[in-house]
Design a protein around this ligand. Structure first.
Ligand SMILES: C[S@@+](CC[C@H](N)C(=O)[O-])C[C@H]1O[C@@H](n2cnc3c(N)ncnc32)[C@H](O)[C@@H]1O
Length: 265
């Protein structure tokens, strides 16, 4: 029995619906906006419409759209997309942003629709099986125009993530509507045979005397930069740069950031 009663055969798109109310709160305290300027520059360099895979709550989508780029975000999680839609409406970004609920393995766009595609923050590591990654790279290749660029970030070295049980990883106030004091209690497990890292998350929200617990698991697949490069090349991309930071510095295996830029050959 796994901690939350789930088996290890879970899908990588699971857990995100339950995570949606906590995603922005947690990310404001972890990655924050460190990668945003990079993605804005990347998207501004594209001569046309841009596709964001796994756009989530719009953390990257909105700043890119505000810079004047026409962007389409796709995400499978309805609660994540609902949050992104609220933000887009509040920001009055109009028709420059389109948000689609859908699966990145089967992109619902005509061939050659986009000048660039981006996959920030380990989105492709939510694809837990080789066939899912293969289907997604083929779908992105189809959706891009010839010469179109594809930028993706891998979360650094997941299998080296220390395993721990029931650790309080974060606590603090979540302000605004639904305001509460929030505590994140986290367990990290490694499935080394399947190259998966599993984060069991328990968010405890306190409002006065009320207390609510939300439990779910997020699973990510380990992929090294060389492994991803091979898969991109097999899918018909030419890799143009490996970057080790958000300012465009070169990658090496000890870099803090793992970014790959490729072009549809
Ligand atoms: C790490 S979040 C990234 C969100 C956003 N791009 C950001 O950087 O903040 C990963 C997102 O990918 C989505 N996702 C995972 N698997 C997916 C799939 N197969 N198809 C579409 N979206 C997926 C999740 O719902 C989640 O919103």
């Amino acid at each position: 029995m796994q901690p939350w009663g789930r088996s290890l055969s879970s899908e990588g798109h699971e857990g995100w619906d339950e995570y949606a109310p906590f995603y922005d709160w947690e990310n404001a305290r972890t990655l924050g906006r460190r990668d945003v300027a990079f993605w804005r520059r990347f998207a501004l360099g594209a001569p046309g419409r841009v596709l964001e895979l796994g756009c989530g709550t719009g953390r990257v989508t909105l700043p890119v759209a505000r810079a004047g780029v026409r962007i389409v975000g796709i995400d499978r999680s309805a609660p994540m997309v609902a949050r992104a839609r609220q933000r887009v409406a509040r920001a009055r970004l109009g028709p420059s942003v389109r948000l689609v609920r859908g699966d990145i393995r089967h992109l619902p766009f005509p061939s050659s629709s986009f000048a660039a595609a981006l996959a920030p923050y380990g989105v492709l590591q939510s694809l837990l099986r080789e066939r899912d990654l293969h289907a997604t790279l083929a779908a992105v290749h189809r959706a891009l125009r010839r010469g179109g660029t594809f930028g993706l970030e891998l979360v650094v070295d997941l299998p080296a993530w220390e395993e721990y049980r029931q650790r309080v990883s974060l606590r603090g106030w979540r302000r605004g509507r639904g305001g509460a004091h929030v505590t994140l209690v986290e367990t990290v497990r490694q499935d080394r045979t399947r190259h998966l890292t599993i984060f069991d998350q328990e968010f405890i929200e306190r409002r006065g005397r009320q207390r609510r617990r939300s439990r779910f698991a997020l699973t990510f697949r380990t992929l090294s930069v060389p492994q991803m490069v091979r898969r991109l090349e097999k899918a018909g991309f030419a890799v143009t740069a490996l970057l080790g930071d958000y300012r465009g510095g070169p990658w090496d295996p000890r870099a803090d950031v793992w970014m790959i830029l490729a072009r549809k050959a």
